[in-house]
Design a protein around this ligand. Structure first.
Ligand code: SF4
Length: 301
């Protein structure tokens, strides 16, 4: 009997070693291989950790419903307090700092930066009573710039230069030149309205004209028309009278400048039969058109 049992044991050992008996001894292996199988399938695309996580969740079946809910809500409260930090960095200031046109899409972008600076400016006393700043209107790539003195009441209200009665006359002059607003750029020496439309003080012009100089450097006009003595005096650094300056070419940084009467002055003297201001403005504008190589329309044409 003993011998029989020994023979039977040897037979079983042989079958097991030969792989014919694997049921009991390899019971745990399928579990391990079942776990291992999905891992390589999911692991390559995302990451190794995810597959490991599902295993414990699957084991702890009841908490599964709580487990997914906890992770999403947990990060949210910690992320919220972090947001104010980047806001404190003040991206607007960073955006305003580089004024170089190279940082923007063309001249319009560079002008927008200057305009934002003007909006925030309180560098002189004119800021106190303004409704808003008045930057410019027209085409940032215009060949011709008109530069006036400062905003009046209508401009202060609308935020656009030369929109009042004087502006309407300027528009008629531009139309008589067979040009449109899209072909010119219009700005002023100061961007805030002087009280009672007085002439800006020297210190106000000194504070504000850096904006205008930068505008002109961006627009790069081929010709500038200085409307009135304030604009002509600043651009040309010349205190001569308008009568002495108008009707002939001057230069600002190599750009031809034609001083002419301000539209407000033309309106003021329009009922004076001796005034030649209106005709002189047209004479000056014909010179401008010639300088630009544009046709000069006849007065009735
Ligand atoms: S007039 Fe010019 S310098 Fe003075 S507050 Fe206005 S934008 Fe600034």
């Amino acid at each position: 009997m003993l011998q029989l049992l020994r023979d039977l044991g040897a037979q079983l050992a042989w079958q097991r070693d030969a792989g014919l008996l694997d049921t009991p001894s390899q019971g745990p292996l399928p579990v391990a291989s079942a776990v291992a199988a999905p891992v390589p399938v999911r692991a390559p695309p995302p990451a190794a950790p995810p597959p490991a996580a599902p295993a414990p969740v699957a084991v702890a079946a009841p908490p599964v419903a709580e487990a997914p809910a906890a992770p999403p809500t947990a990060p949210a409260p910690t992320a919220a307090p972090v947001l104010p930090e980047p806001v404190k960095v003040t991206p607007p200031a960073a955006a305003l700092a580089p004024v170089a046109p190279a940082n923007f899409e063309g001249r319009a972008g560079a002008l927008r930066v200057i305009q934002e600076e003007v909006r925030a400016c309180r560098a002189c006393g004119l800021a106190a009573k303004r409704t808003q700043t008045v930057f410019a209107r027209g085409n940032p790539e215009a060949r011709l710039c008109f530069i006036g003195e400062g905003p009046g009441a209508d401009e202060d209200r609308t935020g656009l230069p030369f929109v009042g009665v004087a502006g309407q006359l300027l528009d008629r002059i531009i139309a008589a030149m067979r040009l449109t607003e899209d072909q010119v750029y219009i700005a002023n020496i100061v961007k805030c309205r002087p009280p009672n439309n007085r002439v800006p003080y020297e210190e106000e012009m000194s504070a504000c004209t850096p904006f205008l100089l930068r505008q002109l450097e961006v627009v790069k006009p081929e010709v500038i028309v200085a409307l009135g003595k304030t604009a002509a005096g600043f651009l040309l650094q010349d205190k001569s009278s308008m009568t002495a300056m108008r009707g002939r070419w001057h230069s600002w940084k190599g750009v031809p400048v034609m001083p002419t009467w301000h539209p407000s002055y033309v309106l003021r003297v329009r009922d004076d039969p001796k005034s030649t201001a209106r005709a002189e403005v047209w004479t000056d504008m014909k010179l401008v058109l010639e300088r630009l190589g544009l046709p000069v329309p006849s007065p009735r044409g």
